[in-house]
Every structure is written in structure tokens, then in C-alpha cells.
Design a protein around this ligand. Structure first.
Ligand code: Q9C
Ligand code: ZN
Length: 647
């Protein structure tokens, strides 16, 4: 469906006319550096380019009281009336274009012209208030876009994600009593000692009146927050609320001053992190994501982060995150206090609010290679730049009908002798049909391991599902994968002779008890309801996966998996964030072409269908999750959402 890039050269006109160290970082080069890099990476060429228009007085009036144009002489005097504002004769024109760009983007997405997009704008918007410019912001571009989506397109639920490093207090003030706009902001706060020094930026500001619970503030009380902290905030705070809210549209106040190198933010998240944040948001609202630039003052970091965002909007898989995935204590304190403040307003947080039971000394402790996986993290990951994004090796004759045109249907098979050699230990693979399917699977897997294909789907005969998966795991590990994550749904047992060497993590989701037999061998019941399924993905599967940092993911739908298509699609879409999107899905041969089709589309970068209003997790589902968290949290740190207790 495509990605829009909204821009207008005129927005480079506004600039600082006098000396002001506070304002000098908001420079025209921010836009040109981002755009040059998009061009250089071939990303601009893949987008639908839209030339920004000016927002009308009426559109600005959706949010603002006065929008007058001023004489040039008064500019400096006027600037002095506001905090961190420096006007230029062109500022009003630029600000109208910036607001108009957001409106155009929303119109393009909501009319179906594109799936998603980015507006590259100056000046930014999220600090701007009803009758006050603030923090380099003149008009509140994202707030105007949200009000417009409600008024002109009749939307009822809009999620605004503000990943800029500053608190978008302007957006908060404009919508604090409005339950149709869920506003999430994380921001450098340092217990109130960072600009804009507001008490209402803290986690206990949760909205008011009808809007209680629809303002979500995550204050960072230390600098240096990195990839693990940001991803943990999404998994444990934003996404549970976002799924419960079930937005029709996601607007991103996309500031990149939260990225490494930025002089304002002083944070550590690498540009790749923004690919992950984007990908995590694309599972909401049927993938309707509109990102609008806010801050971002380190030109190199800004340009790279913008590229990561656009690349992900275009459907490319996110590059693996670098660094160890361990959230810091200060981040966990912030996440926990925001969860506690929101818990009264959100069902998805209520049941889980107690701390997991502490491990008893001498009680069931996970054994497993204690040093893994850190010793393996230095190994280079498979480098993703495959020519084919998704290939399917399926036999069903009507499969082509449900595949998008750019998904390759694979004809090839591994050599007969080689296939037989891999099949030999398994009686169930002796049958001709099983061998034929295995040959195709091995060929596809080799294509992925060689870097020609990014993701794929292969069929397993019903009688040989476990054996086929066993071969796929061993083949993957012996042909280049350093760390293999296997998510097995249904009746699939962990291959008995699979080594416990930290190179594979086995996660079985099926109708049995929750059990962590080792830190690399986890089993959890398949939740019955959508709410339980979501907490299983956000609270267990993804934290394990992000902690483990696999470079190959196998997801197998085995006998009795019982997964609905939309649930399978969501799981696949979210697992695609791991291993650079190197995900191989194994389906039972008699799966419906619809299931194969939806998985192929999702692995190929399309958004999964939205789940709709979700039920709550059952008490049993919550208990299973809490039990496993208690068991596994000491080893897999991304599971944590509480800081350590100080003894
Ligand atoms: N040293 C945006 O990022 N100056 N605005 C703070 C702290 C104002 C930031 C001074 C920063 C405004 C959109
Ligand atoms: Zn900012």
C-alpha cells in the first residue's frame, strides 16, 4: 500500500537571526541532512512524495486560539515572550506548512492512498499550546492532525506516541480530558530538574475527567537510557495499554533527540532502536502509522534514525539491536511507577500488578549454561541484506491465489541424498511425501542462512511435524545460526538430544502447565482469550526473544496449535523484530491457504489485521505468566518490569 514522505523545501527557511545558544540547535540542516540520507539510501525513491501544503486558519483553529502574522520588527520582542522560541520572518509560513504536512499525511493514510508515512517538518510541534509557542514549537502539528482525524474522518480512538526526549506538554494539555486520544510520552525528567521542569510531566499525571488514564507519562530520571530501556517501556507499558485501547490510527511525535549522540537528550538508544519502535507500533491500527518529526539535533544520529523509521514503514525488517538487552534499574523504577499509576484505569495492568513471587532459596531454580548467552553475543550476527524478502515452499495448489505478488514461491529442493541423510534418524521422515517436504524446507532454510532470502514458510506433513522441526533446528545451528529461537505451538516436544549449550532457546506454547525446565527450555499454556494471548506475547515471548537476541527464529504451528489466523499473524509480525526478520514459519501441510497467505503477507512486511477490542486475560493465564516470570526473570532481564528490591 505504500509509504508517504511529506516535505517542502520552504521549511528550511526559518532560522536563527540573532545569537541564542538555546535556539541554535534547531537548524535548517536538520531537514536537509535527513533528506539527503534518505536519498542516499534509496529510501526517498521508494516513498510516495507529497509536497506539504499550508494548514488553513480553520485547521489551525482546531487547536489554537491566535494565529496572527506579525511585523518583522516585533519578532525578537515577541520571541522573548515565550520559552525557547526564536521567530524569523518565515516562521509562520514554515509553521503552517509543518501543520499542513501532518494533515496531508493523515488524509493520505485515512483515505487509503498509503498505508503509513513520515512528515519531515520544521518547526516541530509538541510543546506548542493553545495560545503559546514553546520549545521551538509554533503550531502543534500532531495535535492538529489528531483533532482533524476526529473531526474530518470521524475517528474515535487515536494513539499518540511521543518518543521525542522532551515531554510534549502541549499535546498533554490539549487532550488531557479527552478519552478519544491516548497520549503516551517518555521524556528526560531527572525528578523535575530537566526542561520544561513541570510537575505534570511525572508518571502520576494520568489525565483528568473523562480523560483519566488517557495520558501516560514515563519520566526518565537518569540520562543514558538505551535500546533495552526503550523496548522494555514499549513491551511492559505502552503496548499493553495500546492493545486495550485498540486505536484506529497511530500518530507518532517522532523526535530523535532521544537517540544516541543528541546533545539535548544524552540518551544511548541507537538508530536501529527506532526501527524496532516503529515495527512494534505497526501491529496496531491495521498498520496506519503517521510519524511527524519533532526534535533531533545531532545531524548524523537524526539522519540515521529517520532512515531506520522510513525503512521500517516501507516494510523492511528491523536490523538486530546491538548491546546487551538489560534494562537499567532507573528505567525499571520509572516503568513500574507509570504502570502503578495507570493500573486503576487499564484492565491489562490490573491482574499483573503484584510482584512475581520471589524465588525461594533451594526452590526450583533454572539451570542452564550460566555464562550464555553473553559469551555468544560477540559472535557476528548473520548480516541481513537479502534479495528476496519472503519465500514460501508450500505444496497446496491454490496457495498462489493468496500470496502478494512480491512473495516468491520456491520451487527448489535440497539434493536428494542430503535430504535423506538429515531424515535418517527419524522414522516419521521415511515416507516419500515427508522427504519431499523436508527437501523443500532445507532448500529454503539454506537460502535464509546464505542471506538470499529473509523469511519463509515451509510445510510439514502432520505425521512428521516434530521430526521436521528437529532437522530444521539442527541444520540451522550447524549452518551459520549462532543463536536459534524456536517458538513451537501445539504438540511439539523439544528434540531430546538438542544440546543445552545456550545456542537454542525452546519455547513451547500448548495446553500444558507452565514450566521452565531450564532457562533455554520453557513451556507455557496456550491462552484461551485474546487478552491472555497478548500478555503472553508482550509479557513472555518478546521479552525472552529480545533478551536472547537470536539470529534465526523458527516458529512452528504444530498439531493442535489451536491458533486463530489473526493471532498467528500478530505473533509472526512481532517475532519479525528479532534476528533481522530472519523468521521461518513451519505450517502443517493441511493448513488453510488463508493461514499461509496471512503469514506470508505479515512476514513480507504487511501489517497484521487489528485484533479489535480485546478480552482480559483469564486468571489462569495470568498465573502461568507470573510463575514463568518469577522463574526466568533472573536470567532473561527483558522480562523485568519491577526494579530489584533492596534488601
Ligand atoms: N538545556 C523539541 O525538541 N531548551 N524542543 C531546553 C535545556 C528547549 C526542545 C534547554 C528545548 C526544546 C521539539
Ligand atoms: Zn525534543
Amino acid at each position: 500500500m505504500g509509504t508517504a514522505l511529506v516535505y517542502h523545501e520552504d521549511m528550511t527557511a526559518t532560522r536563527l537571526l540573532w545569537d541564542d545558544p538555546e535556539c541554535e540547535i534547531e537548524r535548517p540542516e536538520r531537514l536537509t541532512a535527513a533528506l539527503d540520507r534518505l536519498r542516499q539510501r534509496g529510501l526517498e525513491q521508494r516513498c510516495l512524495l507529497l509536497s506539504a501544503r499550508e494548514a488553513s486558519e480553520e485547521e489551525l483553529g482546531l487547536v489554537h486560539r491566535e494565529t496572527q502574522v506579525l511585523g518583522k520588527e516585533e519578532l525578537q520582542a515577541l520571541s522573548g515572550q515565550f520559552d525557547a522560541i526564536c521567530f524569523h520572518p518565515s516562521t509562520f509560513h514554515c509553521a503552517r506548512l509543518a501543520a499542513g504536512a501532518g494533515l496531508q499525511l493523515v488524509d493520505a493514510v485515512l483515505t487509503g492512498a498509503v498505508q503509513n508515512g513520515l512528515a519531515l517538518v520544521r518547526p516541530p510541534g509538541h510543546h506548542s499550546q493553545r495560545a503559546a509557542a514553546n520549545g521551538f514549537c509554533v503550531f502543534n502539528n500532531v495535535a492538529i492532525a489528531a483533532a482533524h482525524a476526529k473531526q474530518k474522518h470521524g475517528l474515535h480512538r487515536i494513539l499518540v506516541v511521543d518518543w521525542d526526549v522532551h515531554h510534549g506538554q502541549g499535546i498533554q494539555y490539549l487532550f488531557e480530558d479527552d478519552p478519544s486520544i491516548l497520549y503516551f510520552s517518555w521524556h528526560r525528567y531527572e525528578h523535575g530538574r530537566f526542561w520544561p521542569f513541570l510537575r505534570e510531566s511525572d508518571a502520576d499525571a494520568v489525565g483528568r475527567g473523562q480523560g483519566l488514564g488517557f495520558t501516560v507519562n514515563l519520566p526518565w530520571n537518569q540520562v543514558g537510557m538505551g535500546n533495552a530501556d526503550y523496548v522494555a517501556a514499549f513491551l511492559h507499558l505502552l503496548l499493553p495499554l495500546a492493545f486495550e485501547f485498540d486505536p484506529e490510527l497511530v500518530l507518532v511525535s517522532a523526535g530523535f533527540d532521544s537517540a544516541i549522540g543528541d546533545p539535548e537528550g544524552q540518551m544511548q538508544a541507537t538508530p536501529e532502536c527506532f526501527a524496532h519502535l516503529t515495527q512494534l507500533l505497526q501491529v496496531l491500527a491495521g498498520g496506519r502509522v503517521c510519524a511527524v518529526l519533532e526534535g533531533g539535533y545531532h545531524l548524523e544520529s537524526l539522519a540515521e534514525s529517520v532512515c531506520m523509521t522510513v525503512q521500517t514503514l516501507l516494510g523492511d525488517p528491523a536490523p538486530p539491536l546491538s548491546g546487551s538487552m538489560v534494562p537499567c534499574q532507573s528505567a525499571l523504577e520509572s516503568i513500574q511507577s507509570a504502570r502503578a499509576a495507570q493500573a486503576p484505569h487499564w484492565k491489562s495492568l490490573q491482574l499483573q500488578e503484584e510482584r512475581p513471587p520471589p524465588l525461594l532459596p533451594g526452590g526450583p531454580v533454572c539451570k542452564g549454561a550460566a555464562s550464555a548467552p553473553s559469551s555468544l553475543l560477540d559472535q557476528p550476527c548473520l548480516c541481513p541484506a537479502p534479495s528476496v524478502r519472503t519465500a514460501v515452499a508450500l505444496t497446496a495448489p491454490d496457495i498462489t491465489l493468496v500470496l502478494p505478488p512480491d512473495v516468491i514461491q520456491q520451487e527448489g529442493s535440497a539434493l536428494r541424498e542430503e535430504t535423506e541423510a538429515w531424515a535418517r534418524p527419524h522414522e516419521s521422515l521415511a515416507r516419500e511425501e515427508a522427504l519431499a517436504a523436508l527437501g523443500k524446507l532445507l532448500y529454503l532454510l539454506d537460502g535464509m542462512l546464505d542471506g538470499q532470502v529473509n523469511s519463509g514458510i515451509a510445510a510439514t506433513p502432520a505425521s512428521a511435524a516434530a521430526a521436521t522441526l528437529d532437522v530444521a533446528i539442527r541444520r540451522g545451528l550447524s549452518h551459520g545460526a549462532q543463536r536459534l529461537l524456536c517458538v513451537a505451538l501445539g504438540q511439539l516436544d523439544r528434540p531430546p538430544d538438542l544440546a543445552h549449550d545456550g545456542r537454542s532457546l525452546w519455547l513451547n506454547i500448548r495446553g500444558k502447565e507452565a514450566a521452565a525446565l531450564s532457562m533455554f527450555h520453557v513451556s507455557t499454556p496456550l491462552p484461551a482469550m485474546t487478552g491472555g494471548f497478548l500478555s503472553c506475547i508482550l509479557g513472555l515471548v518478546l521479552p525472552l526473544a529480545y533478551s536472547f537476541q537470536p539470529d534465526l527464529v523458527l516458529v512452528a504451528l504444530g498439531p493442535g496449535h489451536g491458533l486463530q489466523g489473526r493471532h498467528a499473524a500478530l505473533l509472526a509480525a512481532m517475532l519479525r523484530g528479532l534476528a533481522g526478520g530472519r523468521v521461518l514459519a513451519l505450517l502443517e501441510e493441511d493448513s488453510t491457504p488463508q493461514l499461509a497467505g496471512i503469514l506470508a503477507r505479515v512476514l513480507n512486511g504487511e501489517a497484521p489485521p487489528s485484533l479489535g477490542a480485546s478480552s482480559v486475560a483469564s486468571p489462569e493465564d495470568v498465573r502461568a505468566l507470573m510463575y514463568l516470570r518469577g522463574q526466568l526473570e533472573p536470567q532473561w532481564k527483558m522480562l523485568q518490569c519491577h526494579p530489584h528490591l533492596v534488601a
